[in-house]
Design a protein around this ligand. Structure first.
Ligand SMILES: NC(=O)c1ccc[n+]([C@@H]2O[C@H](COP(=O)([O-])OP(=O)(O)OC[C@H]3O[C@@H](n4cnc5c(N)ncnc54)[C@H](OP(=O)(O)O)[C@@H]3O)[C@@H](O)[C@H]2O)c1
Length: 337
């Protein structure tokens, strides 16, 4: 049995971790903690649907106590809070999967530029492994600290990677239009969201997921996030320019079947990436799948990828559990299918 602690159990991602880990046959949850202000609460008081399934209290965060009974610690806290706590857990010799953005960027100057504070542990940035199994499985196996990817970056990187890596598409002028359910903003945001409403936000190259995506894809992007009137689920529409020039009379330079074949080959052994005709949130919500659909606009010579995930599962807690499974050498799908 792997003994697991969840820090940040009151939040959306923490709750999702509990749900997934309860279905995992190789795990025992040994500690649940969060900002409790000295008033521990039974987890079933917080999440009544868990009654009969988990008899534990969510307590204040006490690093020493958490470490005593855990083989691995999931931290589901806001960025800037996480980097302090994670550093302590690592110094106490524990494996950590951090769901915040604090260890995703390799360059501390870029972290400071985007987050407005100096990183408290820049040395750990190099050691942290970016936890996207489809790209970094080998490194994840040996990692002590996983920087679990952001939700938008997961849908976008998985959607773009084969086209860029195989040089099907240009590395520049990539436009990405992503839509997220309102749980993507965390509990406070969700509480204040008034349905139905759909809007773009942080327009103009200012969203903090941009450096993470650019770091992994090694190219420049225009990224416009949107909020959509559903609680969970995310769809990214990605416009990439095909490398080959357009044929006369508007015929696409590249055959769609050829691009689909490249994507299928690329992800053939990936348990959680599916190449589909139409990517839609309905088919991935409450699952760890990333559904990718491929189209070509022959008139503009654009490759158009749509990529759907559940922001709280493949975009957060599910991917974190997938990473844990890889780190401990157990079936990657355990607890997730
Ligand atoms: N939501 C998503 O779709 C998603 C996807 C990928 C990654 N993430 C990342 O995962 C992390 C958690 O996200 P979330 O959506 O679960 O957020 P959330 O619902 O807002 O939960 C965050 C939790 O952190 C606690 N917290 C805030 N400041 C704290 C502090 N100083 N000390 C201790 N605890 C503190 C909050 O406590 P209170 O309850 O007392 O406020 C809350 O329970 C974030 O870094 C987020 O960026 C989220």
């Amino acid at each position: 049995m792997i003994n697991v602690a969840i820090v940040g159990a009151k939040g959306y991602a923490g709750e999702e971790l509990i749900k997934i880990l309860l279905k995992h046959s190789g795990v025992k949850i040994t500690s649940l903690s969060g900002r409790m202000d000295g008033k521990p609460k039974h987890i079933c008081e917080m999440y009544p649907y868990l009654k009969g399934n988990l008899d534990m209290f969510c307590e204040d965060i006490d690093e020493k106590k958490i470490v005593e009974n855990a083989d691995i610690i999931f931290t589901a806290l806001p960025h800037m809070v996480s980097m302090e706590i994670v550093s302590k857990f690592i110094s106490l010799g524990k494996k950590v999967i951090d769901l915040s953005a604090d260890f995703r960027l390799k360059n501390p100057d870029i972290y400071e530029k985007w987050y407005g504070v100096k990183h408290v542990n820049p040395g750990l940035l190099e050691k942290a492994v970016y936890g996207l199994p489809e790209l970094y499985r080998k490194k994840i196996k040996k990692a002590k600290l996983i920087a679990n990817p952001g939700c938008y970056p997961t849908s976008i990187i998985l959607g773009c990677y084969p086209a860029i890596k195989e040089k099907i598409a240009k590395k520049k002028e990539i436009i990405i239009d992503s839509k997220s359910g309102y749980s993507g903003g965390g509990r406070e945001f969700a509480k204040n969201y008034k349905e139905p409403n759909c809007y773009a936000y942080q327009i103009g190259g200012i969203h903090r997921h941009i450096p993470e995506i650019e770091q992994e894809l090694k190219c420049q992007i225009t990224f416009i996030p949107h909020i959509i009137p559903q609680e969970r689920g995310m769809l990214s529409t990605i416009y990439l320019q095909l490398k080959k020039d357009i044929f006369p009379r508007g015929l696409p330079a590249v055959a769609l079947e050829d691009v689909v074949a490249v994507y299928k080959k690329y992800y053939e052994n990936e348990p959680f990436v599916r190449i589909v005709e139409t990517a839609m949130t309905k088919n991935v919500v409450n699952t760890n799948y990333c559904d990718i659909a491929i189209n070509i606009d022959g008139k503009t010579n654009n490759l158009i990828i749509t990529s759907a995930i559940d922001n709280l599962v493949k975009g957060a807690a599910g991917q974190a559990v997938q990473n844990m499974n890889i780190m401990f050498g157990i079936d990657e799908k355990e607890g997730l299918i």
